[in-house]
Design a binder for this molecule. Structure first.
Ligand code: DQA
Length: 144
C-alpha cells in the first residue's frame, strides 16, 4: 500500500513551533515514527507552505500509484476551497489529521472546509493521529 502524507504550512517548524500546543516532536520524528509503525507501507512524505504546490501534489495522485492520502492542511483547513476541490477530484481515500484538537481552540479553527470531502477527520491525538489515520486506512483497504 502506497500512502502519501501531506503536511501544510508551518508544520516544517514542528518541534519549535508552539510546543505547548503541537508537542516537541519534529516532522521528521513523526515521519520516522510512521515508518517504524508500518514497515510494509510505502510512504511518500511531503510538506509545503504553498497552497498551489499542495494542490499539484494532490493532483499527482491521479497519475501515480497512490492508494490513500493523509493530510494535515494546517491553516488551509479553515479556508482553502482550492484544496477542498482538489481533494474532491481524487478517487483515493483521504483522511484529515490535526495534532491539536481544533474544536477546543479559537473560533476560526473550529470549522474545516476540508473535512466534508474526507473519509474522516482526526483531531487532538497529537502525532498519534497520523498513526490512527494509517491504521484506519489499512482496515478499510481491500489489499492491505
Ligand atoms: C493544525 C491546526 C491548524 O488550525 C493550524 O493552523 C495548524 C496545525 C494542527 O495540526 O493542529 O497549523 O492543523
Amino acid at each position: 500500500m502506497n500512502v502519501l502524507v501531506i503536511n501544510g504550512p508551518n508544520l516544517n517548524l514542528l518541534g519549535r513551533r508552539e510546543p505547548e500546543i503541537y508537542g516537541t516532536q519534529t516532522l521528521k520524528d513523526i515521519q520516522d515514527e510512521l515508518r517504524r509503525a508500518f514497515p510494509k507501507i510505502r510512504f511518500t512524505f511531503f510538506q509545503s507552505n504553498h497552497e498551489g504546490v499542495i494542490i499539484d501534489k494532490l493532483q499527482s495522485t491521479l497519475s501515480k500509484k497512490v492508494d490513500a492520502v493523509v493530510i494535515n492542511p494546517a491553516a488551509f483547513t479553515h479556508y482553502s476551497y482550492a484544496i477542498r476541490d482538489a481533494i474532491s477530484a481524487l478517487t483515493v481515500p483521504v483522511i484529515e489529521v490535526h495534532l491539536s484538537n481544533i474544536h477546543l481552540r479559537e473560533e476560526f479553527r473550529k470549522h474545516s472546509v476540508i473535512a466534508p470531502v474526507c473519509k474522516a477527520q482526526i483531531s487532538g491525538f497529537g502525532s498519534a493521529g497520523y498513526r490512527i489515520a494509517v491504521e484506519t486506512l489499512l482496515q478499510h483497504s481491500p489489499k492491505s
